[in-house]
Design a protein around this ligand. Structure first.
Ligand code: SIN
Length: 303
């Protein structure tokens, strides 16, 4: 009766907002988070999102309506912002938003690209792993999308590590890969750098092949990108062979994201790689990306 209804009202009044948040795991890596408006997420929701993120590595939030300020505010919950990478051509950020990175094929009135990566395929990569302190996380928010193409795929690198035969895992446990900084994932030379195909002398940073996530303790294969990668200390041919072997496990667990407007995808740069399909050059695709500064250099897995 009346009392039961009133009891119910009182009991639910102080329920944390995170109670309405639902985490639906994908069949492969990643999960979709439902029931949260990222422009208004409170502390309890942010905490629930972080726990889900440490567990699933890639989180998809559908149907968001975020201004650049909302995107930045949500991003800051995960750490300090990292400025966009050096890219080949065009502007990187919307005016007044230096920490927002535009990924787009659209050109402005003067014919300059408004963002990075054009309409071509972007090969598998981890963001900015050529740097000593790569970003912990990146997120991508869709503002304009083509009718077809331009899907973004995520590879779970814990699963890739778990798929390695024991002898291979043991062999690479103490090795480092140099992550090349010459080209972006679309194959474009970064500004101010010289073209090179010698991975031994190209600019970049070595990181352990197998890393351990500082929060979850998960072990992951850390490959960065294939082009100009080099296993430190090995003759070039042996390095190439070993890299090809390691790369054959990359697609062990892949989630394909078909974009809808208002999707935000958050990924862990330490435990995932991503790639993007090409799309119709006549179509428009506009995405805004933020990155979270690395909390530490990638750590070699102890076990
Ligand atoms: C990226 O590699 O960060 C961009 C991916 C995409 O355009 O979907």
């Amino acid at each position: 009766g009346q009392n039961a209804a009133e009891d119910y009202r009182l009991a639910t009044m102080h329920v944390s907002p995170a109670r309405s948040l639902e985490v639906v795991p994908n069949a492969t890596v990643g999960a979709e988070v439902r029931g949260v408006d990222l422009a208004r997420a409170g502390a309890a929701e942010i905490d629930a999102i972080k726990q889900a993120w440490y567990r699933h590595d890639v989180l998809v939030f559908r149907g968001q309506r975020l201004s650049d300020d909302d995107l930045l505010a949500f991003s800051r919950h995960f750490g300090a912002l990292d400025p966009p990478p050096n890219q080949g051509a065009g502007r990187k950020s919307p005016p007044g938003y230096p920490d927002v990175y535009v990924v787009s094929n659209v050109r402005d009135a003067s014919g300059e690209p408004i963002g990075a990566l054009g309409d071509g395929e972007a090969a598998w990569h981890t963001d900015m792993s050529y740097a000593p302190l790569p970003p912990d996380a990146s997120m991508l928010y869709s503002l304009e999308i083509p009718g077809a193409g331009g899907d973004t795929c995520f590879a779970g690198m814990r699963a890739a590590f778990a798929a390695l035969p024991g002898a291979l895992a043991a062999r690479v446990a103490k090795l480092d890969i140099k992550h090349d900084g010459t080209y972006d994932s679309g194959g474009t030379l970064r500004k101010g750098l010289a073209a090179t195909d010698d991975p031994r002398s190209s600019p970049g940073t070595p990181h352990p092949v197998v890393i351990e996530h500082p929060e979850s303790g998960a072990r992951a294969l850390y490959l960065g990108r294939r082009r100009n990668a080099y296993v430190m200390g090995l003759p070039l041919e042996e390095s190439e062979r070993l890299l090809d072997e390691l790369w054959s496990y990359v697609e062990s667990s892949v989630y394909r994201h078909r974009w809808a407007l208002g999707d935000l995808v958050l990924w862990d740069n330490r435990t995932t790689m991503h790639r993007r399909d090409a799309f119709d050059p006549a179509a428009r695709r506009v995405m805004h990306r933020t990155q979270i500064k690395g909390s530490g250099a990638p750590q070699r897995a102890a076990r």
